[in-house]
Design a protein around this ligand. Sequence first.
Ligand code: HEM
Length: 422
Amino acid sequence: PIDSAPATSRRYHRLDISQPAFWARDFRDRDEVFAQLRTEPGLTWHAPPPAVFPHSEPGYWAVTRHEDIAFVSRHPELFTSALGISMDPMPIELQRPTTFFLTMDPPQHTRYRRLISSAFTPKQVRRIESQIRANAAGIVGEFLADLSSGAPVDFVDSVSRKLPMRTISDMIGIDPAERDAVAQAAEAMFGSSDEEYAALAERAEFFMAQFGILHRAGTDLARLRRTEPRDDLMSAIVAAEVDGHRLTDEEVGAFMVLLASAGNDTTKQATSHAFEALVERPAQREWLLEDFDARIGGAVEEFIRWSTPVLHFARHAVSDTDVAGTRIRAGEKLVLFYCSANRDETALDDPHIFDITRTRNTHSGFGGGGAHFCLGAWLARMQLRLLFHELLTRVPEVALGKPEYVHSDFIHGVKRMAVQRV
Ligand code: HEM
């Protein structure tokens, strides 16, 4: 049983990484702070972010080293996901045990994840490769048309957001007329700590409103597919059984929230960051083009490491446990900072340099391994490979404006990035 009374008498670390202002800083400044934390013995204890959701926690342990993140991620029996997986305390809707497999532990997690995992294996993803390639070609064609006027074009709107949205919408079976609204709700939900989306005081309400939009889209679509199944994921979800029962509307809605959010805003952010990195480094771009098929696999891993679209996820200790020599009490929260693991000098050579030629790339961009490792990793990799083939072979030389970043403590995002022909 989990002791629900975590210690409150711990000393907070002097480096404050919880305030929204910290996450509004340039990521290179944040990297320096995490570099300092990684040198501290054991884990460091931090104040919680300003309370957004109704209940608060006294603080959390920052897990910043690659090795420690891997340890926590691979031991769900010691570190549960069911008490919330974000730095903010979780809204109660997300904590209900049967809604969201991201917030379940094995063996329940395994039963729910299995319902859709066969759609995301490398073999299954290869079956939709030609469709994704055609979408990527179409998107880059539209982008070239946008660029041809000579005026600046927003790369995020014109390119980054389109392919993930089309891919996951095709897979789930979302009606083309609804896709934009679904993608916007997913973006706003992930980026909800950015002041452009919602003032701090309204954040919880705003977050839940976006959650509600996605959830409703899921239950509406489920109703259609129950009567008229098609060859899509939603039809498979409504037909599936767990423990001898069909999924309820509540559960189906949760699948939609998870797939539409995780499937959209992550690959989108990796696309923007990777494009920026390659435009700024023509020598690497040329190296990649010299033998694209052989080199793109490694390049995509570097896109993920460099961009780290998902900054963190959290766990709670099930019982008293030691991590890196620090005693963690039952019920205490640990935040796994993937953005820090992906700059960890002990796991990577020259981690602060973008280098698609690196051969050892033990990154945590898709998580630290174990049961919750990103289900969409192969899908994301394929989309990036096919999209960058189109971008690098067809787009002429361009100049970039300064990207505007999402001020979010959860997603490393680019809001807008102007591109112009030179
Ligand atoms: C989980 C990152 C693309 C679906 C995760 C996790 C991370 C992550 C860090 C948590 C892993 C953990 O807790 O150990 C990313 C990145 C992506 C990406 C960086 C793109 C560059 C996608 C796509 C989908 C997807 C395209 C498609 C639907 C999921 C799901 C989970 C997940 C369903 C929950 C897995 C579970 O709890 O068992 N992802 N993801 N992701 N991702 Fe992704």
